[in-house]
Design a protein around this ligand. Sequence first.
Ligand code: GUN
Ligand code: ZN
Length: 432
Amino acid sequence: MKAWRASILTFPSPGQAALESDGLLVVGPDAQGRQVVQAVGAWQALAARFADVQVEHLPGHIIAPGFVDMHIHYPQLDVIGSPAEGLLPWLENYTFPQEKRFSAHDHSAQTATFFIAELLRHGVTTALTFATSHPESVNALFAEAQQRQLRLITGKCLMDQNAPDGVRDNTEQSLIDTESLIRRWHGVDRLGYAITPRFVPSCSQAQLRGAGELAATYADVWIQSHVAENKDEIAWVHRLYPQARSYLSVYDQFGLLRPRAVYAHCIHIDDEDRALMRDTGTAAAVSPTSNLFLGSGFFDYAAADRSGFLYGLASDVGGGTSFSPFHTMLAAYYVGREGQTKAGVSLKPQQLWWQHTGGAARALGLEGVIGNLLPGCEADFVVLNPQATPLLARKTAQAGSLDELLFALIVLGDDRVIAKAVISQAEFASGP
Ligand code: GUN
Ligand code: ZN
């Protein structure tokens, strides 16, 4: 066992944070050998009970749950910041050419190593990430995550139509590959598989049907895709499926809406779609930096909360502009303010933080496993330095409440705030 003494941030209930100013976090193996939180609370109350446990004292720092990124593309590391009129030309001109490079093992392996280091440097300890259509890109990322003992979910991108040579796959082979990757990787150590149809325009009906069948056979694997991000994309889906009630309903038709199904964006949806998401247990990965960068639109928080479907935050790198959960939370705040309707909302700092930790974990079906630091949770955490920059030190010193402290970090924070990330007791320093 090992313990850390610092301020400790937890979520005793959904969306509600608590800060123990002088806390102790005790970590040790559970019956399965996973490193989990054994105890958490005030240092004074716990010190005697754990007197023989080695303690690392980090005065002035905050220990917080590792961030959970619900939607990111590891092959789009080099796509960040590519200017385009909108989603479809961005895919055509920047994304597909970069993704082609992942047919080469070395490129996949090198990018996987860089990508995971970058996640940890930014305090992201779990990610649901797209790979490319090349099975090798999936193997490379899983292998790297396994070596780091990271909890990571990914899958081979399915795209057998409306995509160029070099990334387009073959219907039958793509489903065979998906099933062998599920068998090879899903549930191994901390790894999980996600069946990954890219989006409706890039998948034939046969491919979507096959994906739905696999999703029924392997009920605890994830599903990830995109929906209702961009108006041109939606018009395209309407031409492909003129009878469908909505874009989202096409996925439903193929059995692709269920718990552990995660759809990025969900911007241009209506209340019937929202009810469908809620009733099927489908989650949205809200990706505000991407939506602002690509000019896609604004996620409607007020309507989402009225309906009650699951959602959490995501970077969507490389449509998204940053790995930093602080940048994503700030963008979410701006989007909430603006609102899709005129009635913008003012998202609270604790809610924003929850949407990128415990709330994202819940949306992934991993509540009580990650995204929090209550007893029994896997001990993936970040050590935050609220004095990482002169301005942050000045601002956080004046914080009169937990909301003010969290908001200072959200607005002024970036990777410099992450002193280190700790997963399974292994420490990853956040230096350059
Ligand atoms: N829709 C289909 N593919 C993609 C992608 O790679 N990024 C985004 N943002 N939307 C998509
Ligand atoms: Zn995406």
